[in-house]
Structures are given as C-alpha cells and as structure tokens.
Design a protein around this ligand. Structure first.
Ligand code: NAI
Length: 330
C-alpha cells in the first residue's frame, strides 16, 4: 500500500521504516491540513497524528486525492470528523492498545515531579544553589488517588498507584470488574472530586468529557489536591485551573496536553516566542509541570505503534505484514 505519512518526526520514522514490509511510505514534514492534503495524491492511505487537522474540508480533500484509509498513529480520534469520514466512505483506523504503561508512567512522573518539587529542585542545583528550604514534599503512599477513565491507560495507572500503597478510587461510565477485584473502588464523579488527593484524567475527549474539570469541579476538589491530565487538553478548563492555583484552591497541575496544543506543540518556538497568553501563563506557573505531549514517547510504544498500524493496513489489503520475525518484535 502507498501511505502518505504526515507531520513526520525524526523519533518515529526509523520504526516505520523498520516495519514497513511491502508498504511504500512517503514521509512528509508538513502537518495534515486542508492545504497540504493534496500531497496525499497517489496514495491509498494517509498516516496522521493528534495535532493534525482531520476536519470535514481536509477529509473531502483527501477523498478527492484518491485516499481511502485514514490511519491515525495514536489512540484518541477526537481530531477526526468521524461522521464525515463515514459519509465519504473513508476507513479510519487507530492504535488503541499500544503500550498503555508509556502514558500511565508519564502520569506517575508528573505526580511525583509535582509532589517533590523536581523542577525547582533541579533548577537550584543547576544554578549551584544546594539549599532545600521551600522544597518540603508530600508522600504518595497512603494518599487517595482518583482516576477518571479506567480503560487501557487508566487501568495501568491504577495498578501502579496500588503498588505505591495508595487508596485508589475511580469513575468510569463502564466500571471494570478486574480493577474492583484488585481493590479499586468505583464512586460517583462528585465523590471522586471531593476525596482525591491526586486526580488523574484518563478518559477520551468527547462531548461528555469536554471541560469536565471546570470551575465547579475544581471548587469541589481539596485545596491540597493535584490534578493530572495526560488525556486531552480540552477535558480541562485551563483558565479555571490557573485561577484555582492562584487562589490556593488547587496545589498543582501536571499536564502532557494543552487545549490549543495543535497550534504550538511539536515545533520549536524558542526564537519566535509563544504567542498564546494562556499557554505562557501555564508554562511559567511555579506549580504547573507541563510536557509537550510525550506520554507515548517510549521506545516500546513507538515500536508497537508502527507494527500495529502497518499490520492493520496490511490486513485491509488481505495480507500479512512481511519481514517481521519474532526476533525483530518489540
Ligand atoms: P480507553 O478507550 O482504553 O479508555 C478510556 C476509558 O474512559 C474507558 O474505560 C471509557 O469507558 C472511559 N470513559 C469514556 N467516557 C467517559 C466519561 N464521560 N467519564 C468517565 N469515563 C469515561 O482509552 P486509553 O487507551 O486508556 O486512552 C485514554 C486517553 O488517553 C485517550 O483517549 C487519549 O486522549 C489519551 N492518550 C494520551 C496519550 C499521550 O501521549 N499523552 C497517548 C495515548 C492516549
């Protein structure tokens, strides 16, 4: 199959080259937008990522270019207009089940980084300041950790938190029996908000979860709680989070995502400056730990993403991916 790979990054290309088998891949640096969709001409499939634009006009342009498959190299499909894709007869595939521990461990990293003031501690040591005043942390052991969404990633996160000796409570529209057996207690969203010392979001972005953590939700939380978002920026009202932090009603915010990240993440703005006031307030806040959507960025996950996506594309042709031996598996 001829695949047009948009928004190519140096860290992922080698994995797709290694596992491409019989597929022919054209790598484009350009993000997938309506304007760039014509680059897909002559390809049966496009491969895109979270920050790409797969709105109605882009999908129409892809269809006109002769594309029949949209292959998302990510789990979430919130940036794809699925209704239009269906109307146009475009097949949309994704990789829902690659290494959930990659993102769960990123969430744990954010929790611990905030609880032990790692950013400030590291800055001091770098500056030759070896004092530790003001760096008193809190322990995770014994705390109540609340999890919204206990699918692949939320489940992995719950298991890690149980290992830390936390009481783990969760809210999901479809509670999981396996987690209950492990000791996770499902509660209402309101109980989750009021009881959690750490609240971690692992649900998808959809109409029911958009702005789920707004000013009202934040008002219900403990002022000593920290909020972790590795899911999607728009699940959280960033402005309300900053207000809660500034008013002492929230102790910390750890995020791997941002509501307008498509405009900023994945590119170097250090010379031009970041022209987004909300993002600037967020990234400079002393009690915010922000990373630029790197939860999936582990060797294991990249390997799984490439193999799984290329396998699925082969399946659509009624073939098996060639050139994969047991020894070359991740
Ligand atoms: P999943 O589909 O396995 O699990 C999602 C869970 O959320 C399901 O159990 C579902 O029932 C639950 N859910 C759906 N709507 C809900 C609601 N209104 N309230 C409570 N729970 C609800 O998804 P997975 O693989 O665990 O991924 C979760 C999210 O993580 C993805 O949708 C994506 O947004 C994000 N993600 C972030 C990455 C990163 O690099 N930062 C990488 C991969 C995924």
């Amino acid at each position: 199959m001829r695949i047009a790979f948009f928004n190519t990054k140096a860290y992922e290309r080698p994995w797709f080259e290694q596992y491409r088998g019989h597929h022919q891949i054209s790598f484009f640096d350009e993000p997938l937008t309506t304007f760039h969709a014509e680059l897909a001409s002559g390809h049966q499939a496009v491969c895109a990522f979270v920050q790409d634009n797969l709105s109605k006009p882009t999908l129409k342009a892809l269809k006109e270019a002769g594309v029949s498959i949209v292959a998302m190299r990510c789990a979430g499909l919130d940036n794809v207009d699925l209704e239009t894709a269906e109307q146009l007869g475009l097949t949309v595939i994704n990789v829902p089940d690659y290494s959930p521990f990659a993102v769960a461990e990123q969430a744990v990293t954010l929790v611990l980084g905030l609880m032990r003031h790692l950013t400030e501690a590291s800055k001091r040591v770098e500056a030759g300041n070896f004092t530790i005043n003001g760096l008193v942390g809190t322990e995770l052991h014994g705390k109540t950790v609340g999890v919204v969404g206990t699918g692949h990633i939320g489940r992995a996160f719950c298991q890690i938190m149980l290992g830390f000796g936390c009481r783990v409570i969760a809210y999901d529209i479809r509670p999981g029996a396996q987690l209950m057996r492990l000791g996770v207690q499902y509660v209402s969203m309101n109980e989750l908000l009021t009881q959690s010392d750490v609240l971690a979001l692992h649900c998808p972005l959809n109409e029911t979860t958009k702005n789920m953590i707004d000013a009202d939700a934040l008002a219900a939380m403990k002022p000593t709680a920290i909020l972790i978002n590795t899911s999607r920026g728009k699940i959280v009202d960033t402005d309300a989070v900053l207000t809660a932090l500034n008013q002492g009603r929230l102790a910390g915010y750890g995020a791997d995502v941002y509501e307008q990240e498509a405009n900023w993440f994945g590119r170097d703005w250090s010379l031009e400056g970041v022209g987004d006031d909300l993002l600037n307030r967020l990234r400079s806040h002393p009690r915010v730990l922000l990373t630029a959507h790197q939860g999936f960025l582990t060797e294991e996950a990249l390997c799984q993403i490439a193999r799984s996506l290329l396998n699925k594309l082969s399946f659509h042709e009624g073939r098996q991916l060639e050139g994969i031996t047991h020894a070359s598996m991740c």
